[in-house]
Design a protein. Structure first.
Length: 133
């Protein structure tokens, strides 16, 4: 089933010059790059983006980290894009992510874990609207 997914290359990956490597992995997998944008999240925009986590203890850390530097946001398209992207990025905690996954290969922690990706169609709809507003 062809669908779209969103991923964000976080400030830690941008600072470490991993943007090209991350995008290349999705292109080599066969996904089509539909939209691409480099920008800095404003605090309010980040709070809206991560709104689903607003009542969790790590919400402030998420917002602080995603606003700490430039990010690259992308929309890709292809078969089972959302599920496949989640597999490709690996577990949220980088130290638990499998080798070969993006987080497993490059992530350093929980928040500084290189990449965010939509986990459902509902998340994609919300996140793409916020990131490309």
């Amino acid at each position: 089933m062809t669908e779209q997914s969103l991923f964000i290359i976080k400030p830690d990956a941008v600072a470490r010059n991993l943007t090209g490597e991350v995008i290349a992995r999705f292109e080599r997998k066969g996904f089509k790059l539909v939209k691409l944008k480099l920008f800095n999240f404003a605090k309010e925009q980040a709070e809206n983006f991560y709104g689903v986590h607003k009542d969790k203890p790590f919400f402030g850390e998420l917002v602080s980290f995603i606003t700490s530097g430039p990010v690259v946001v992308a929309i890709i398209e292809g078969n089972n894009a959302i599920a496949t992207t989640r597999i490709m990025i690996g577990a949220t905690k980088s130290f638990e992510a499998a080798p070969g996954s993006i987080r497993g290969d490059f992530g350093l922690g929980f928040t500084d874990n290189i990449i965010h990706a939509s986990d459902s169609q509902e998340s994609f709809d919300h996140e793409s609207r916020v990131a490309f507003e």
